[in-house]
Structures are given as structure tokens and as C-alpha cells.
Design a protein around this ligand. Structure first.
Ligand code: SF4
Ligand code: SF4
Length: 96
């Protein structure tokens, strides 16, 4: 029987310095884009709590918009919003 490689024989991967996430603008990974509709929003901040990328911008306890430099378009904010105040739309150029 062939002996399989163990973890000790794997090559080392890249290691990034801590606190470097601001340098990597991940917005261009996006195929869908969240659109915030302030007229429906009750500023419950659930979207801000759930966004895995910290891309919901809040000022003085109110949603100010979405930081498209870092939003990856996962849609969690729209899914969690109790008022349908965030709509996911297909990014330009990503239509089928
Ligand atoms: S979850 Fe919806 S209603 Fe709540 S703050 Fe976000 S957009 Fe507004
Ligand atoms: S789509 Fe995802 S990454 Fe973008 S703002 Fe909503 S929760 Fe955050």
C-alpha cells in the first residue's frame, strides 16, 4: 500500500502580517451588489452586526451606506434585514 504524505511534508503556505485586511480591497470579488433603501430602513443595525466584512457604514447609530471597496456581495445583510431595506442586484458585466 502506498504511503500517503503527512502534514509535516506539506510546503509552508504564505503568511500575511496581522492587520493587513485594509490593504486588500475585496469589492472586486463581487457578482451581486447590495443596494440600501433608506426609506424602508429602521436602523436596527442587524445588517451591520451580521456583515462578515464590516462593510456596512454606520454614523451616529444610522446606516450611512455600504463600503463597496470591501463588500464581497455575500447577501447576508439582505437576508437578515427584517424590512427588506437591502436589495441584492447583479453587478454590471455579471449578467448571464
Ligand atoms: S437590517 Fe435592514 S432595517 Fe436594519 S439597519 Fe440594516 S438595512 Fe436597516
Ligand atoms: S453583501 Fe455581504 S459583504 Fe456586502 S455588505 Fe452585505 S453582508 Fe456585507
Amino acid at each position: 500500500m502506498e504511503k500517503k504524505e503527512g502534514w509535516k511534508t506539506l510546503p509552508e503556505g504564505d503568511i500575511l502580517e496581522g492587520g493587513s485586511s485594509l490593504k486588500f480591497k475585496t469589492g472586486n470579488w463581487r457578482s451581486s451588489k447590495p443596494i440600501h433603501h433608506p426609506e424602508k430602513c429602521i436602523n436596527c443595525l442587524l445588517c451591520w452586526i451580521y456583515c462578515p466584512d464590516g462593510a456596512i457604514k454606520v454614523k451616529d447609530g444610522k446606516i450611512e451606506g455600504i463600503d463597496y471597496d470591501y463588500c464581497k456581495g455575500c447577501g447576508i445583510c439582505a437576508h437578515e434585514c427584517p424590512k427588506d431595506a437591502i436589495e441584492m442586484v447583479i453587478e454590471k458585466g455579471m449578467e448571464k
